[in-house]
Design a protein around this ligand. Structure first.
Ligand SMILES: [Zn+2]
Length: 210
């Protein structure tokens, strides 16, 4: 079993999704590294918001890393990825709905596009645009973390701070992985704040990683 890795012939979209701490970035790096070994033309991108560890590498908790570029918009992804055989995008949820047609265009044009991202936010509500990408993907890998409460496989990202914006890029201590049973949805008071990339807190070096 090649863990969702198809033979590369023509365009394809692979989505690696799941909660925080589930190893999404590790899996993305694993696939991209194999493409690099195969001497394919690989472009690796992440949103500029995600500079918690490094602005020019994808980095995991285990210090595994691979060079990457930052893109600030779907349009920039289109430019940077043009002509590549393989396009890897981490934290794809931060690009918003505009990334969907760009990814479709890249895959339609023959690229192997591999994206990793959160499939649900801290309320366990599907996190657009990842559901849109899942529907369009040829290959889907759902990664699970380990519930810190009971040790079962965990599909939810429990926010353990009081912030209510959907995007809170922060330290490990803002979130923990929980299973369905141990997950506690946040109080539905306070309307959900919509947060643009520009307003998002994105500073601490101790970020959570997928
Ligand atoms: Zn649990």
């Amino acid at each position: 079993m090649r863990r969702g890795e198809p033979p590369h012939q023509g365009g394809v979209l692979e989505v690696i999704c799941g909660p925080m701490f589930s190893g999404k970035t590790e899996e993305l790096i694993r696939r991209l590294r194999r493409a690099l070994i195969a001497k394919q033309d690989v472009v690796i991108l992440k949103p500029w918001i995600d500079n918690r560890f490094s602005s020019d590498h994808l980095v995991t908790h285990n210090e595994e890393k691979i060079p990457s570029a930052q893109a600030s918009s779907p349009e920039q992804v289109r430019k940077l990825a043009a002509g590549a055989d393989v396009v890897g995008i981490d934290e794809v949820q931060f690009f918003g709905p505009g990334i969907v047609p760009v990814i479709d265009e890249l895959a339609d044009g023959g690229a192997r596009v591999i994206v990793a991202g959160l499939d649900m936010d801290y309320r366990a509500v599907p996190f657009e645009p990842v559901p849109q990408l899942l529907a369009r993907a040829e290959y889907i890998t759902k990664a699970l973390a380990i519930c810190v409460c009971c040790g079962n496989p965990a599909s939810r990202s429990q926010r353990i701070s009081a912030a209510t914006s959907q995007i809170l890029v922060g330290a490990l201590d803002h979130y923990e992985a929980r299973c369905r049973e141990c997950f506690e949805p946040p109080e539905p008071d306070g309307a959900e704040k919509t947060t643009s990339l520009a307003e998002t807190e994105a500073s601490t070096p101790l970020g959570e990683r997928s």
